[in-house]
Design a protein around this ligand. Structure first.
Ligand SMILES: Cc1ncc(COP(=O)(O)O)c(C=O)c1O
Length: 368
């Protein structure tokens, strides 16, 4: 927490809107919209997964449909496809951005169009704070008339070319305010969409799909997915420090990069004219060159009570999705084998980071 959240929560208590409705929720949606600086509508929800579930349903995804997704992502960015009875098809990352490989996607869309078997939606992940190639993706979505829902759960604060903010692209984007994200509402999410009718439908479905009537009337089923007004108040306090956190995370990334760059160590790239939030510092450690594996580094750090994590295990390698369709050269599989997320919290001190760096440098030097 940054300091102002308690005051905001006290205001929410004073308003007596201790419910998934209220002035703080309205203000939070407006604040995020203004931050994104785009002509979009924002709907505060209970999680990023809930936002994706709603977006996919509103996009018309249903039983028997395919949804094409980035494979290297968190489960919450895929499971909603299953909630709707649809099937995910997995795509590799490209080497220049570590986001969905748009060339492979274009090839497969062209083949699928010939067979009249296009997916209902495409869900690229803005990985570890990096925006996907929005221009290329939006062009493909338009060309093939496929809905584009960008999973920006990890990338609030990042920007794409010419300053366009991550989280404002596609037919819709989703954000997460889970506790591990760059800003949090303790748990929460948001659907951001350029379509007014999508936002209206999301609000309707997120509040149990109540038809207009004085009693409870339902012509379809809905969900209890709105964000609590109390949580939104936390979010208002957090939005005040978002830019400072992005600056700090970028500084942390740059310090790791300058201290650890050597043969066999590669940091997540940042394409020209884009600005990653560097939510997490992701690094690839090639054991053939450095003499140490990412697991050696992770276990060594763990012994010093320092937590680090392997990159996401590509979802096509998960037992749940064995036998699924996957397109790529296995770059994401390789990244999973050799990739590590280093401690990247905005409140980590320089001294703490120096300690992490020192342990890794010592290990690399010894192996060398
Ligand atoms: C890429 C990605 N998609 C979706 C989610 C789901 O968000 P939530 O945890 O708010 O449901 C997360 C994170 O939690 C994520 O990292």
């Amino acid at each position: 927490m940054s300091g102002n959240e308690e005051r905001r929560v006290a205001q929410a208590f004073a308003s007596n809107f201790v419910a998934p409705i209220g002035p703080q929720l309205d203000a939070f949606e407006t604040t995020v919209r203004d931050y994104l600086g785009a002509d979009v509508h924002c709907v505060g929800l209970s999680s990023g997964s809930a936002a994706l579930h709603l977006a996919l349903r509103i996009a018309g995804v249903g039983s028997g449909d395919e949804v094409w997704v980035s494979s290297m992502t968190f489960a919450g960015g895929i499971f909603p496809v299953n909630y709707l009875g649809a099937t995910p098809r997995f795509f590799d990352l490209d080497r220049e951005s570590w986001t969905i490989d748009v060339k492979i996607l274009a090839e497969e869309l062209s083949k699928a169009a010939q067979k009249n078997r296009l997916p209902k939606a495409i869900v690229p992940t803005d990985l570890y704070g990096q925006s996907s190639d929005l221009n290329a993706l939006e062009k493909l979505a338009e060309q093939y008339d496929v809905r584009l829902i960008v999973d920006s759960a990890e990338s609030l604060g990042a920007s794409y070319k010419n300053g366009r903010k991550a989280g404002s692209g596609g037919d819709a984007a989703i954000l997460s305010f889970n506790g591990n994200k760059i800003i949090t509402t303790s748990g929460g999410g948001m659907l951001v969409t350029r379509h007014k009718n999508w936002a209206e439908e999301a609000r309707f479905l997120a509040t149990q799909a109540r038809d207009p009537a004085s009693h409870y009337e339902h012509s379809t089923f809905g969900y209890n997915y709105r964000l609590s007004n109390i949580c939104a108040a936390i979010g208002l306090g957090q939005m005040e420090v978002l830019d400072a956190r992005v600056a700090r995370r970028r500084e942390i990334f740059a310090r790791y990069q300058s201290a650890l760059t050597r043969p066999g160590i590669a940091f997540m790239p940042e394409p020209e004219n884009t600005k990653s939030s560097r939510w997490l510092t992701a690094v690839a450690i090639d054991p053939a060159v450095t003499g140490v594996s990412r697991e050696d580094v992770r276990l060594m750090l763990n012994e010093h009570q320092i937590e680090s994590r392997p990159l996401w295990k590509p979802m096509h390698l998960q037992p749940l999705y064995s036998g699924s369709q996957y397109h790529g050269s296995g770059f994401d599989e390789r990244l999973f084998e050799i990739g590590l997320c280093l401690p990247s919290g905005s409140d980590m001190s320089d001294e703490q980071q120096d300690e992490v760096i020192q342990h890794i440098v010592q290990m690399l030097d010894r192996a060398h």
